[in-house]
Write a protein that binds this ligand. Structure first.
Ligand code: NDP
Ligand code: 2IT
Length: 445
């Protein structure tokens, strides 16, 4: 890493102790940015990096609620409003027991660059809670969401900060959150949240957008090697919103998705995952992958273990951060891996990313490859602002154009900086330059 950037990195790490995931995200971005600072020394003088790494605002709050037995439960809520140079803070809410400030900050930091890459007018933010929705009734989830919004509402708004979903937050939770926001503010402010239901201000394609977009981005990478998804053997991790829609789109393009996972185990289904059954089990019944395996029959379910033990030509990690390590990456590469498209945020460890890049595997980092979700959230905001709703076809076309545009911007930026095919460099520099320009123009704030 460039020595000037190293000194800034050391300060950032020391100022934010114990936040391993945030450190990882910062270091990965800094490693790409030396060449931009050679060309633009004014960025150092304006302390752009120091400012980027310090969130504009961080909110941490108590979330009290009662469970079905009438017992009082206390969780911790977070919203980190990271950067508003390009637009209102935008990014999802994650409900998972592993959530703490370091996770929210890594996600919020990545979101700044991701959102810039989409070309839409959105800044970066992220939030969530250590609440675990697993095993909770609808009533419990509703009471938790209402309590969470009772604090959050004063910090958000269509021109201020626009949350959406992430792990553990889907259409049901967004509904409860929106209802409470409306009730407290007495405003039907559709643009305050995205991922809404279609009859109350949501956008068609938003539920599918992240997974669909990851596959579109990966297809563009494959095209640069004269190939496509057609005939590929694909492994997807996770079986949530992003995973299911990545599976659906990869198979629509002619691939066979032979395995997917949840945090309990993975299923190997050589005939190709039955997407309709998977949706039914996971989205309608809120069941587990084990239930899919039992209902499907003739497939193997592996309790525990890692889905990355299954060979693939294309890997789409769509579960969570640091789920794919260096050892798994090396094994996949030895067995013929061609491409990785990150549907999740930072799913590859630093070792794994290095293995992929050194082996010449096409590697699409999350901040580029999974940007279709937030991009379609921005399309939802556009529809809300104009009190309009677009057709599925029109919205999907916009998503496709945006993903192809992100791919091309990453590729051309990597070319411009002398490292063709390095999508990590392209995404980091491409996103950074846009935010840095706006920050310079807006003065020292
Ligand atoms: P969901 O909650 O719908 O699904 C998450 C999936 O990942 C589940 O199958 C879950 O298994 C698995 N998972 C979660 N945590 C772990 C863990 N610690 N270990 C193993 N498996 C785990 O979330 P999404 O599909 O929305 O999100 C998946 C990833 O995509 C996340 O990294 C998220 O940040 C990213 N993302 C999401 C976007 C969106 O629009 N939703 C947009 C861009 C990125 P289990 O049910 O067993 O917990
Ligand atoms: O990580 C992400 O980009 C998301 N969870 C989606 C954010 C959004 O505002 O749609």
């Amino acid at each position: 890493m460039d020595a000037r950037l190293e000194a800034i990195r050391d300060t950032v790490l020391a100022r934010n102790p114990g936040e391993a995931e945030f450190h990882q995200a910062v270091v990965e971005v800094f490693e790409s940015l030396g060449p931009v600072h050679d060309r633009h020394p004014e960025l150092l003088e304006a302390a752009i990096l120091e400012r980027l790494c310090e969130p504009e605002r961080q909110i941490i709050f108590r979330v009290p609620w009662t469970d079905d037995q009438g017992r009082v439960q206390i969780n911790r809520g977070f919203r980190v409003e990271f950067n508003s140079a390009l637009g209102p803070y935008k990014g999802g809410l994650r409900f998972h027991p592993s959530v703490y400030l370091g996770i929210v900050k890594f996600l919020g930091f990545e979101q700044i660059f991701k959102n810039a890459l989409t070309g839409m007018p959105i800044g970066g933010g992220k939030g969530g809670s250590d609440f675990d929705p697993r095993g909770r009734s609808d009533g419990e989830v509703m009471r938790f969401c209402q309590s969470f919004m009772t604090e959050l509402y004063r910090h958000i708004g269509e021109y201020t900060d626009v949350p959406a979903g992430d792990i553990g937050v889907g259409g049901r939770e967004i509904g409860y959150l929106f209802g409470q926001y409306k009730r407290i503010t007495n405003r039907y402010e559709s643009g305050v949240l995205t991922g809404k239901g279609i009859s109350w201000g949501g956008s068609l394609v938003r539920p599918e957008a992240t997974g669909f977009g990851t596959v579109i981005f990966t297809q563009e990478m494959l095209k640069t090697r004269g190939t496509s998804f057609d005939g590929q053997r694909v492994v997807v991790s996770g079986s949530g919103n992003v995973a299911i829609n990545a599976i659906a789109n990869a198979q629509a393009l002619g691939a066979t998705v032979v395995a997917c996972s949840d945090s309990s185990g993975y299923v190997v289904d050589e005939a190709g995952i039955d997407v309709a059954l998977l949706r039914e089990v996971k989205e309608v019944q809120r069941g587990r992958l084990k239930d899919y395996a039992e209902r499907r029959g003739g497939v193997s379910y592996v309790d525990g273990g890692s889905v990355w033990e299954v060979d693939a030509t294309v890997a789409l990690p769509c579960a969570t951060q640091n789920e794919l390590d260096g050892g798994a990456a090396a094994r996949l590469v030895r067995n013929g891996l061609l491409a990785v498209g990150e549907g999740a945020n930072m799913p590859s460890t630093r070792d794994a990313a290095a293995v992929f890049q050194q082996a010449g595997v096409l590697f699409g980092p999350g901040k580029a490859a999974n940007a279709g979700g937030v991009a379609t959230s921005a399309l939802e905001m556009q529809q809300n602002a104009s009190r309009d709703s677009w057709s599925f076809e029109h919205t999907e076309e916009r998503l496709t154009d945006i993903m192809v545009g992100i791919h091309d911007r990453c590729a051309s930026t990597a070319d411009e900086y002398g490292d063709p095919g390095n999508y990590v460099l392209g995404a980091n520099i491409g996103g950074f330059v846009k935010v840095a320009d706006a920050m310079l123009a807006q003065g020292l704030i």
